[in-house]
Every structure is written in C-alpha cells, then in structure tokens.
Design a protein around this ligand. Sequence first.
Ligand code: ZN
Length: 135
Amino acid sequence: MEKIEHIGIAVKDLEASNPLFAKLLGVPQYKMEEVATEGVRTSFFMSGPNKIELLEATNPDSPIAKFLEKKGEGIHHVAFAVDDIVSEIARLKQEGFQILNETPKKGADNKLVAFLHPKGTNGVLVELCQEIKEG
Ligand code: ZN
C-alpha cells in the first residue's frame, strides 16, 4: 500500500457537516459526489496533503445508514491508496484477510475500491482504492 488516501467520516447531514468541516479545516469542500450504487452522498476536503471524505446515507439500506444506527457519527473507514487493486486484494486474501468485495467496484472520486472486513483488522473498516486510469 502506498499511503493513506483518505479518512472517511459518517455524518447524518452533509448540509450541516460541510460548513462545520469547512470551519474546522479552514477550506471549503472541493467536491461533492453521489454514489447511487452505494447509497451515499460524499463530500471531500483537503487538509494540507491529506483528504477527508464525509459520507451521508441516501437511503435506509445504505451501509452508512446502518453504521449510523449502530455506532452514530464518527470515523467510518481508513482508505489506503494502492497501485494495483487486483493484486493487492489477492495478496491480502493470501494473508488471511476477509475481503468484503473481491471484485473491485467503482467508488467516489474516480476510484476502484474494495473493503476489508473490520473483524479482521481490529475493528477498522479498511478501504483499498486505486485511481481509475484514463483510456
Ligand atoms: Zn472512502
């Protein structure tokens, strides 16, 4: 894995959290994006070189809705940038990690993503993400 790509934070209301995080970080969100297949609306902030993703549920079946129900607002996942998500999934599987989706799916921010089951990673939901290369 290359580096932490972003930290994902589950929020109840993006319209309320955007100005809050803008105040906290001193910069407004630089983009918002809905990932309909995941039932989430996201917004992204930069903090220096680091990225924060806020996630709001768009329907009650969304993984974010379920997370908020169980745990309330807070840190939802840590995302790591990988160069080749397919080979990284294979490596982690070999190491005994449980991959929630072995076929990478399209996430926000032009990324292919896969998640590791938090049971195998000390309770931390880990996201792998690979930039989708053009062409
Ligand atoms: Zn993420």
